[in-house]
Structures are given as structure tokens and as C-alpha cells.
Design a protein around this ligand. Sequence first.
Ligand code: GLA
Length: 399
Amino acid sequence: MPPFGKGERGVLDERGAGIERRFEAAFGGEPAAVARAPGRVNLIGEHTDYNGGLVLPVAIDRDTRVALRPRADARVLGLSRERGKSEADLAAPPASDWLDYARGVARALADAGRIPARGFELCVETDLPQGAGLSSSAAFEGAVALALLGAAGVILARGDRPELARLCQRAEVEFVGVPCGIMDPFTVLCSQAGAALWLDCASLEARPVALPDSLALWIFDTGVERSLRSGAYAERRGECERALALARRALGRALASLSELSLDDLVALEGALDPIALRRARHVVTENQRVRAFAAALARRDLGAAGEALFASHASLRDDYAVSCAESDALVSDSRGLAGCAGARMTGAGFGGCTVHAVEAAHASAFALALAERFRARFGRVPRHWRAAAGAPAEHFAR
Ligand code: GLA
């Protein structure tokens, strides 16, 4: 395997300095490396990454920060500001605990020959809500990966980051046991500061997508707990695999993924696929088209058309993919009539979690007040919500 190329280090900011002080208080002495990684909000292209399709997420201005120091033995000691203490041997099986993510990344990097297999001490803190569909796990993995590499003297070049994203995904699938796709680690590690990211998940071809200044992004948290491990996510993946197998047989073609189907194929498949398989496949095919329509609308600064693609994506996720919930549906439909709102949809895996709302910046504050009030009138509580800006990808800090 070729060595990773030389990259650049960020300069330690106030928040990086804060985690460094907490590390010193917890473990004594300085950390060997400090790193941060952002969460992401997926603007459009949902449940397409593991179907070889298109996604268009944006790294946001909330992140996870870690400070870390290798140990001579195989013990991993963790202190999370949000989740408390945890410890385990590097080689021990997963313990269904937050430290699994860090151990999984360390093991994946060691298995790939990138770092020595040894224990470490780790402090972590985050301002990302956990389990809300904003990729808190990929942010943690990305920050741990850069810190572990930094502690081993490796500062990554940009061109090496896609491979690191793959290793983080492998850690989560194979060690933590969450069958996630490539979108989240790729966004966290490989996006460009201040821009959204167009990613073809089959080829990993990626490019930055500029967001207009006139666009404000609001994120509303339904407060409905979701867990990728709950089975529904894996069930959707299974349904897509079944749809693909049936489509291959019926069309007699070597299809690599559902994203290789056309709308005409879907019509031809009507008799051959059961109704659920057909609906899942239709979501994937039409969602890829909506990603293209959304990106084209942004390029010509047409917020109205971009927003319609978001609303249509939500309808498809609700009706064809069946991953929405009453709270997300209400947030999206209640957005429609509000001044300045171009579009809205559930974001992330679904089954609760967050919605994203594209709003004209001039209306941003009034929109959020009004939507929160509509939600309170329906569900008796004010949902957590905040305005998100495009953030910077993961970085390792010079110390
Ligand atoms: C989760 C997974 C991603 C992706 C989305 C749905 O966030 O981690 O890989 O599949 O769900 O688009």
C-alpha cells in the first residue's frame, strides 16, 4: 500500500485548545494530537449512497473535537464530555458503547498498516446532537482517524482522504455493526470548506457545489429517537438488494445497482417486482434525478426549483421508501405555506431525526419562529432547531 501523502495542519482554535486542556486535566500531560470533524446535513439524495447513486450533503458548522495520546499497552481509555468514561482493550469485541467507534477506527487503520495496533487515551466533546441524523458518528470517526494518524506522524494530503473515508465506513460496518454507506465519512473528510458536495457513490467522483448567499438552512429536530441499529435501515437495504436481484433476472442485464435502472426500466418491471420492491427501486431512480435537478437549480440560482426538488424528495421518502414519521411530515408540510420557504424534507436515515428547510435568508428568523409554533400547536412541545452554515472538513491541528 503506498504511503499517505503529506498534507496541511490547521491552527489550533479556541475549541481545540479547550479539548487539549480537558485532556491534560483527565490524563495528565499533553495529548499527542488534536483534531476536529464536522457533522453534515444531507440536502438531497437520501438512501441512494448504498444503491450506487448520487448524494448532495453539506458539512456544517458544528463539530466533534478529540485529543488523543497513544499508550504503550493495548488499553483504550476514553472520556466523553457528553457520555462519560469508558475503557476497553483495543482487541476486545465491540461493547455497544460509544468507545466502539474509536476502537473500530483504530483497528481499521492498524489492519490497513497505517498505524501501529496499540491503545490510547482519548478526550472527546461535541456540539452535534447525537442520533439525530446529522452524522455525529462519522464526525467522531473522522476526528479520531485524523488524530490517530497525526499521533503516528502522518498528516494526510487531500488525495488520501477518500481512502480514509472508506476505512471509517469499514470500522462502522464491520466493528460497530451499523450497515451505513459512504456518504457520511466522505462528506466529513472530503468536502470543501463552505460548499456542499456532489458525490457519485458508485465512482466516488466528487465536486464542490456552491450554495447561494440568499439561502438559509434551518434544521429542525423532531425529537423522535432513531437508531440505525433498530433494524429498519438494514431492512431497507435488504429490500433494495431483493429488488436488484429481481430486476437483473427480469431484464437479463448485469446491473451493478438500482441506480443503473431508468424510468422506462421501472415501467417494464411492473409485473416482475412485488409492490414493495418496485416502490423502493422507484425511490432510488427518481431520487437520483432529483439530485441532478436540485444541483442544476442551484447553479442557476433558482431557489424555487431547488426547493420543489426537496419537497418531492420528502414525498418519495414518505410514500415509496417509507422512512418518514408524523413529526417529519408535519414539519415539511407546515413549511410549505410559510413566507420564504423554498423547500423542506427529512434528512438522514429517517424514522425520526431531523428535517432540513431551505429558506430565503431575508425570511430566516420569522420562518423558524412560525414553524416552531406550528409544531408546538400540533405536538405540545417546541422542537430543537438551529440555523446551519456550510462548515469546514475534518482537520488535524498543529500543536
Ligand atoms: C445514514 C447512513 C448513510 C445514508 C443515509 C441515508 O445516514 O449512515 O450512509 O445511507 O442514512 O441516506
